[in-house]
Design a protein around this ligand. Structure first.
Ligand code: 48H
Ligand code: FE2
Length: 257
């Protein structure tokens, strides 16, 4: 059979649009494909929920690929090893409660298992706003990342979700959007975004799970974004907190939905 270029193009266009259309209404929409977003997506999909994830970059994985200072090994503490096991990510004990894993294997495995569990990922799409009704986040406003990068004035499209998770890491992008339009109404000690504090790994890791919560009606925050919103410290390249945060938000939402 001779291959036809137009059939190849038609297959891609039709299948992509089918995928996008099927995800215009969902149980949970996650913003950001770093470790916390991927883990959240995996556990929600595994719980039978409809879940879609939008990632601004072409590549999935956020800050996990690069380990620490581009040394692509990550440290994971004992408490989070069960999550590495769940994803089939191999690790080695370094000393006491400190374990290491290959950063590339970790991202690839989180991604593969999450997608196989039923998470749909759209890469190269940026979330530029939220949909509100009137006091609750009810969805996301999305656009192609290249449109954003080129500064083109092109109007976006919208996705409806019962819950949104901000897993945008240090950026706290979605929380910023909500805070700007609803000043003083976030579920933090000040009502606003407090901002990430200086490095304190031990404290930061426990704070990350604690700060993983509904930050505004309809909007949850997970991973680094949880700490950066609530004023928790940073932790450097130890990733247990990100994994545990993703699992926590998924469990809470799976119970609610
Ligand atoms: C679509 C967006 C948007 C947007 C951002 O930074 P991440 O890896 O996030 P986490 O929280 O899962 O993991 C944090 C970890 O990587 C880290 O930075 C640590 C542990 N730091 C410690 C320290 O001391 O620095 O991933 C967030 C993802 C990225 O891929 C962004 O491209 C994406 O979110 N993103 N996607 N629309 N508006 N904003
Ligand atoms: Fe970071």
């Amino acid at each position: 059979m001779a291959l036809d270029e137009i059939l190849i193009s038609r297959a891609i266009i039709e299948r992509y649009h089918q995928k996008l259309t099927e995800n215009l209404e969902t149980d949970v929409a996650i913003v950001g494909a770093g470790p916390s977003g991927l883990v959240a997506g995996y556990f929600l999909a595994k719980a039978g929920k409809k879940v879609v994830l939008f990632e601004r970059k072409l590549s999935i994985g956020g800050g996990m690929w690069g380990g620490g200072m581009l040394f692509n090994e990550i440290v994971v503490q004992y408490e989070a090893l069960a999550i590495l096991d769940e994803f089939g990510i191999r690790y080695r004990q370094y000393q006491d409660d400190y374990y290491t894993a290959d950063g590339v294997e970790a991202v690839a495995s989180l991604t593969a298992e999450a997608v196989r569990a039923g998470l749909t990922i759209f890469n190269c799409i940026s979330v530029e706003d939220v949909m509100m009704r009137p006091d609750r986040v009810e969805g996301l406003v999305i656009n192609w990342s290249p449109v954003e990068m080129a500064g083109l004035h092109v109007d976006p499209l919208t996705v409806r979700a019962s819950y949104v998770i901000d897993a945008t890491g240090h950026d706290t992008d979605v929380v910023q959007m909500v805070d700007k339009k609803n000043p003083g109404r976030l579920n933090t000690s000040t009502g606003g975004i407090i901002g990430q504090k200086a490095m304190w790994a031990d404290r930061a890791e426990s704070d990350t799970t604690e700060n993983t919560k509904e930050i505004f009606p309809g909007l949850y925050v997970a991973g680094m974004a949880a700490n950066a919103t609530a004023g928790g410290p940073r932790m450097g390249p130890i990733f247990g907190g990100m994994l545990l945060s993703g699992r926590k938000v998924a469990r809470e939402l799976a119970e609610k939905l």
